[in-house]
Write a protein of this length. Sequence first.
Length: 266
Amino acid sequence: MAELRDLWADNPYNDGHPLFEPIARRYAWTTLAKAAGHVALTRGSAKRVGRALGRPVTLSYNGFGADDFASLDNVSAHDPHRLTLVHAGIIYAGQREPTTLLAALAKLDASARARIRVIFFHDEESAVLSGAAHHGVSDCIEMRDPVPRPEILKLEREADALLLCRWNDPAEDAIIPGKLFEYIGARRPILSIGSLTGEAADIVRAGPFGVVMTDPDDIARQLLAWLAQKDAHGGRLPDLPEEPTRAYLRETQFQQVDAAMADVLR
């Protein structure tokens, strides 16, 4: 079985040399063709592999583990007085970065900005800090060193909302950041920015697990609405319902892989 959590060939995040890419692509598809079955993470990548090899491909989302948040049901708000957003993934400068959120923060008055904090753990090429300085919202940004996974899971549960940065490019439509499923498991509202289209945006909307926005004015209004909701609920936004998250449990998603392996072994 060939399981592709990310596309091997034709991955838009791989910066290959133009002279080497055709060789790498041919090697990838020749190798993958030897497998008895194929598994892909997104609908788009499954179609791409299926077209290249002329075979059906099993779709299995990355999902989140049932035990990831088992001991974190009753956590307190990270800060009962300030709206706290957490970005737990990697920033890709010029691609997955929070430009529209920074512009939205700049549209708020000083009193509202004083009550909002966005926590990051990565800043490629200083895209976050330089962008925050450009928009005059550095006081809203907190940059932290990477932490062990149990700590980030706890912080995701404590946060008021979770930030998902996406690339505004059609190539992003068939890419789902693995962090999205962890966010779903955390059951905190998701703010997805950067692109209105694509499979990740569809999942956020369908949950519903949060909002998908690219316009700074819309984002600014959403931040104010969350502030009001936070105040109305004693300093913490309510958890999202658990039932819609179960479809994205890793155990559920990997049942598709088990079925595909069983078909191969028949």
